[in-house]
Design a protein around this ligand. Structure first.
Ligand code: NAG
Ligand code: NAG
Ligand code: NAG
Length: 339
């Protein structure tokens, strides 16, 4: 954290002081997605020192998989074609040495940022926070928690001792930041959905963390990260659900509750299986309430598309079962533990 503070005029009456953070920003949809670029801009506008270090390709659904290309060259063009096949498998944009890509999974991209980019190019400064996303698609509930590359990048970072927050938006268009309908022409358009995520959700939450941390050098307790799910906003919310949602309120939630699972369905016409959701009744194990305050609402229910509410859940990477059920299991296997 840089202890030079950023002076921000908030509401007319209030002047807030928040520390400028060193942030690695990643995702799983690629470094050229609208959402990551809008977030980069919004966090920089708040005075933070931000580094995009994100996959060169779509790395959706990779969870915490830690893998990367063994070739020094891209085997195919980067996502949306900014870099042709044969370009270096990692690097930064000519116009901005804070924008890096890596031909690997989100978790591996964070490692590349922490262990290569920052030490070799930025004097090994301390990274205060890893932000991932906003993903193109919801990642609510424990089923998606393990599957999502967006979240995978954050639990990798949390394991390294670095506070991290994963953001996922229900609207899933795979949007390129240079498209006419994408970020570049809409850079200053506050009604553009990527800008709504970036300004009213990501920057707001990061600012709250920075302000609350004060002189502490940790933004979150050790071993803990945040999973944030954003509903439809802006034009997609209007078009799809006839809802006006331009600044969704943030609600504190738990990860279980209303969570869906998924399954395979056979398609007679194509002769292959397709992916489909299973509702929460078919996923009782995903919806236990063992940890945390059990009276919080589930993030799946809170962030559902039409509701215009953002769900914010805290997670821990201590996956050990909590004490009461743990003791029960201990008793169940007692015979096997005795020699
Ligand atoms: C990204 O990869 C995932 C997993 O392989 C795939 O399901 C999805 O369709 C891909 N998205 C795009 C836009 O290519
Ligand atoms: C979805 O993303 C594509 C790729 O960037 C873009 O061409 C298209 O206009 C987007 N659609 C909407 C509705 O934003
Ligand atoms: C089943 O396969 C056919 C032919 O490939 C395709 O048109 C159809 O959309 C598929 N249905 C589902 C539910 O995926």
């Amino acid at each position: 954290m840089k202890f030079s503070t950023v002076l921000k005029a908030g509401a007319l009456s209030a002047i807030q002081l928040a520390a400028a953070l060193n942030i690695i920003l990643t995702n799983d949809d690629a470094y050229t997605s609208s959402n990551i670029r809008a977030t980069y801009q919004a966090l920089k506008d708040e005075g933070h020192n931000v580094f995009i270090v994100a996959p060169a390709e779509n790395q959706s659904g990779k969870g915490g998989t830690f893998s990367f290309s063994s070739s020094p060259k891209l085997q195919k063009s980067s996502e949306f074609g900014d870099l042709p096949a044969g370009s270096p498998a990692w690097g930064y944009e000519e116009s901005d040495n804070h924008v890096w890509y890596f031909n690997g999974t989100p978790a591996a991209s964070v490692a590349f940022g922490l262990d290569y980019v920052i030490p070799n190019y930025f004097s090994n400064i301390n990274i205060d926070l890893v932000v991932s996303g906003p993903n193109e698609g919801s990642n609510a509930g424990p089923g998606l928690f393990t599957l999502s590359g967006t979240i995978g990048a954050t639990y990798y970072a949390v394991g390294r001792g670095i506070p991290a927050a994963a953001f996922s938006a229900d609207y899933s268009n795979h949007s390129y930041y240079k498209d006419v309908n994408g970020f570049l022409p809409n850079k200053d358009d506050d009604s553009f959905y990527s800008n709504i995520y970036a300004k009213t959700v990501v920057a707001k939450l990061v600012d709250a963390l920075a302000t609350a941390a004060g002189d502490n050098d940790r933004l979150l307790p050790l071993g803990v990260g945040l999973n944030i799910n954003i509903p439809y906003v802006g034009a997609p919310a209007k078009e799809t659900y006839n809802v006006d949602c331009t600044a969704p309120p943030l609600v504190y939630t738990r990860i279980t509750g209303g969570a869906q699972s998924y399954t395979v369905k056979f398609n007679e016409t194509s002769g292959v299986f397709v992916w489909s959701y299973l509702d929460s009744q078919k996923a009782p194990g995903l919806n236990v309430a063992y940890n945390g305050p059990t009276d919080l609402a589930g993030e799946t229910d809170v962030s559902n598309a039409a509701g215009c509410r953002v769900a914010v859940s805290a997670y821990s990477v201590d996956y050990t079962a909590p004490a009461p059920v743990n003791d029960e299991v201990h008793n169940l296997i007692q015979a096997a533990l005795k020699r």
